[in-house]
Design a protein around this ligand. Structure first.
Ligand code: ATP
Length: 297
């Protein structure tokens, strides 16, 4: 009997993000190139005799009830399968919150995976994805991981070959952005065709394993909104480029910015400059990480 599982819930960045339109039900049709990074939250899952779900986190401002996606993920499976025992979860957050890195979604994906395993529910990854998408559009991808094209509202996933390994510098400015507000502002804009990123070109560059061209194809339609409102996003990108990044861009609805580096020394120097040096005022959280390409199947 499994009584304890330690799960790593990895964050993601978007190498490309296009929004095709808004559906009747309010969801947006997207085309996104998703990439898992090694930066992860850690979740300890304990099986308890006492029924119910308990959640603790290291961040005082995060909810620990049904408003937390990790809690909802556990509840979804425990209700459906009538599990009489309980679970206790200890969530340690390292992925920046409200940052465009799918932190909540990846916690939920890991809890679905963990509860399924702990109680021997016998669900495959596909079955977990079908349940996960009812909690959040990015959860199916977080169950899958690696490099992928995400379409529909996020439930249509196509695995892509891994992007060549490099250094990924992540910097989150000290501002909070509401995903909902960003999408609403985008809906009110009339985009010209050239404002949409070349997702197909990005896919070709990934298939050809050409990191330089992948970086050249960066594009995120939500940057038009978020970077328009917060100049610090463009300033962080500029700082990363000056430090030798192949390219730099905002992830998701922001405000996190990431840069890809092929020179480890330049990446280290950029990390230092953003963390402690001349660009330290721009970013509140800075991480130097890399791609994570181990898929769950
Ligand atoms: P996305 O990239 O999917 O847009 P995000 O990075 O913008 O996600 P999250 O960090 O996933 O945003 O979560 C943002 C909001 O969700 C916060 O207001 C937070 O209170 C709530 N939330 C619920 N559960 C979690 C969780 N497990 N981790 C982080 N935030 C959570």
């Amino acid at each position: 009997m499994i009584t304890h599982l330690r799960l790593k819930a990895y964050g993601k960045i978007n190498l490309g993000l296009d929004v095709l339109g808004r559906r009747e039900d309010g969801y947006h049709e997207v085309r996104m190139i998703m990439q898992t990074v090694r930066l992860h939250d850690s979740i300890d899952l304990y099986r308890t005799r006492e029924p119910g779900i308990r959640l603790e986190t290291n961040l005082y401002y995060l909810p620990t009830n049904e408003q937390n996606l990790a809690y909802r993920a556990a509840k979804l499976l425990m209700d459906e399968f009538g599990i009489r025992e309980g679970v206790s979860m200890h969530l340690r957050k390292f992925i920046p919150v409200s940052a465009g890195m799918a932190g909540g979604s990846t916690d939920a994906a890991s809890v679905l995976f963990g509860v399924n395993k702990m109680f021997g529910l016998g669900l495959g990854v596909r079955a977990l994805m079908e349940r996960g998408v009812t909690l959040g559009a990015d959860i199916p991808y977080c169950l899958m991981r690696g490099t992928a094209l995400s379409e529909g509202i996020g439930e249509k996933l196509t695995a892509l070959p891994p992007v060549p390994q490099c250094q990924v510098l992540i910097a989150k400015p000290g501002i909070s952005v509401s995903t909902k507000v960003v999408y609403e502002a985008l809906d009110a804009m009339e985009l010209k065709p050239e404002q949409h990123p070349d997702i197909d070109g990005m896919i070709r560059a990934i298939r050809e394993k050409d990191l330089h061209r992948v970086a050249g194809k960066f594009g995120n339609v939500l940057e038009l909104v978020t970077a328009g409102r917060y100049p610090v996003i463009g300033q962080i990108e500029q700082a990363m480029l000056e430090c030798g990044a192949e390219n730099a861009m905002m992830s998701g609805s922001g405000p996190t910015v990431f840069g890809l580096f092929t020179n480890p020394r330049a990446a280290e120097a950029a990390y230092e400059a953003l963390r402690f040096g001349k660009y330290a005022k721009l970013a509140k959280q800075v991480y130097l990480t890399g791609f994570y390409n181990v898929k769950r199947d």
